[in-house]
Design a protein around this ligand. Sequence first.
Ligand SMILES: [Mn+2]
Length: 250
Amino acid sequence: MKIGIVSDIHGNFHALQAVLKDIQFNQCDMVVFLGDYIFAGVNNNEILDLLISYESIHENAIVLKGNIEDLIYPIESKEEWIYPINYDIYSNFTQEHINWIKGLKSDHIEVVENKVIKFIHNPCEDFLYEMVNPIKREQNKIKKSAFEKLSSETKEDVLIYGHYHLFLDEQVSETRFICPSSVGTPFNGSASAQYMIISVESNNIRTKCIEVDYDINSQILCLKDHIFYKKHRDNLNKYIRTIESGHNYL
Ligand SMILES: [Mn+2]
């Protein structure tokens, strides 16, 4: 059983296209999307259309929501702390997009052979790293005590989560923790589109971190040509810097 794990697209449509092509090439039996698809960049509608059609075509696709998808609620109640660009992104959504986002589940449990695997965007409120460098996140070390606490609260054998934009595969106490980095905005210093394939065979789980080159120049042209760029230049320049460097300038 081969499962493709896709997380944290954050508006990077070209990176998503490259990853889905690679997943097709690798013939995964199942694909799980761990959330944080939108409210960044300029291709939010294209990403939603692609995910909605992917889910309808592929029986074994699971699409979960991230914390970013929940921004839809404070946007609808017109909270002041929302970045203005996110009001513009929201105003371009169709009712179908909005209904689809609101219908997404937060987690999914899958039993593969004897392994119970839980998928979720952000597994806990605690930050799982000692923050040494908020930009170059690959310099941060995992916070063992936070993982131990999370393990004690986790019933499943394997916990697969997104949110941190860094690859991870660690056994802590009774739990195997796996993070597939980020498709659209990795924070490990590599400007590729990143995801993971896990293979479960005879109760053994193997993980493979995959970095796919994508057309980053087309994505940047798309950002600079978009009407949002004139209105939200500072915001989109930080976004461009993030995808070019693979570090967190958001
Ligand atoms: Mn997140």
